[in-house]
Design a protein around this ligand. Structure first.
Ligand SMILES: Nc1ncnc2c1ncn2[C@@H]1O[C@H](COP(=O)(O)OP(=O)(O)OP(=O)(O)O)[C@@H](O)[C@H]1O
Length: 269
């Protein structure tokens, strides 16, 4: 990871904060899923977000995206408090967010090209030809062959579906993309290629990436920083080196348990 350009730190050494959650609490009825959770995502970084199954990773993602209401706390996107935005401001902010939901979630009745154009149709008013050109650029950007544009999701491999979903997430040239378990279901080679693509996009476009993942390889090779969700909040935050030193029981068994044993920091380029 050493050659990756982590966000340029500013005067306080923290980098420019794209997303911050402060003391966020989310509950469903009497069940509290997140309690006083705080987290920051800095411009240009790839943040890996991990936690046990059912710990609330998707709930946090949905809360940040405004799809699930919070009970209390503050969420700021690009420095702006989401609760204080007008509807028009929220739309303007939403256009700067790209999302790749778990399992790709492409529309099965639409071709790849049409899928990539869905956000364009929702937010922009562009001539059809221009939308075709823009969608083709995104399809190329994620490494799909041009003929994939005219295929339906059922005609694509798992890896191609992830790339098509990423092309759709990039449709509006977002500043930050949220990836929910992007490498799940891919074989190790496909997963490694997807990680390389994410790193390339960050390096070339200055994209900020928030990646929910269970994939230890992704955490080792792609992520600049990792945040661990446990006990309804972020319990540990830091680099992979810091994860490997942590004595927090869940972090220790996750990063230094049997599955992690073969992963070797020296293997990182
Ligand atoms: N709409 C909802 N109503 C009630 N409970 C919910 C709702 N959405 C999520 N939950 C509960 O919140 C908890 C956290 O779920 P979430 O899907 O965020 O976990 P996760 O960390 O993303 O898990 P996984 O790694 O398995 O995807 C679970 O107990 C889930 O049942």
């Amino acid at each position: 990871m050493s050659e990756h350009s982590i966000a340029e730190p500013d005067a306080d050494g923290q980098g420019d904060v794209v997303l911050s959650a402060t003391d966020v609490t989310v509950a469903f009825g009497t069940k509290t899923v997140l309690q006083n959770l705080s987290l920051e995502v800095r411009r240009g970084e790839i943040l890996g977000f991990v936690g046990a199954s059912g710990s609330g990773k998707s709930v946090l993602l949905r809360t940040v995206l405004g799809l699930t209401p919070k009970r209390s706390g503050t969420i700021r996107l690009f420095g702006e408090d989401v609760d204080k935005m007008s509807d028009a401001e929220r739309v303007r902010i939403d256009m700067r967010l790209g999302v790749l939901f778990q399992h790709g979630a492409l529309f099965s009745a639409l071709t790849v090209l049409e899928n990539v154009q869905v956000p364009m149709r929702e937010y922009l008013d562009l001539p059809a030809r221009l939308m075709d050109e823009l969608a083709m650029l995104k399809i190329e950007l994620v490494g799909l062959p041009p003929d994939a544009a005219y295929k339906f999701p059922s005609e694509l491999s798992g890896g191609m579906i992830k790339r098509a979903a990423l092309a759709r997430a990039l449709a509006l040239d977002p500043d930050i993309v949220f990836l929910d378990e992007p490498t799940s279901g891919l074989d190790p080679i496909g997963a490694a290629e997807f990680d390389e693509l994410v790193i390339k996009l960050r390096d070339t476009m200055g994209l900020t990436v928030y990646m929910v993942t269970h994939d230890l390889d992704s955490l080792f090779t792609a992520c600049d920083r990792i945040a661990v969700l446990g006990q309804k909040r972020v319990i540990v935050e830091g680099t992979i080196e810091e994860m490997l030193k942590s004595e927090e029981p869940w972090v220790k068994s996750y990063f230094r348990g049997k599955r992690a044993r073969q992963l070797d920091l020296s293997a990182r380029t």
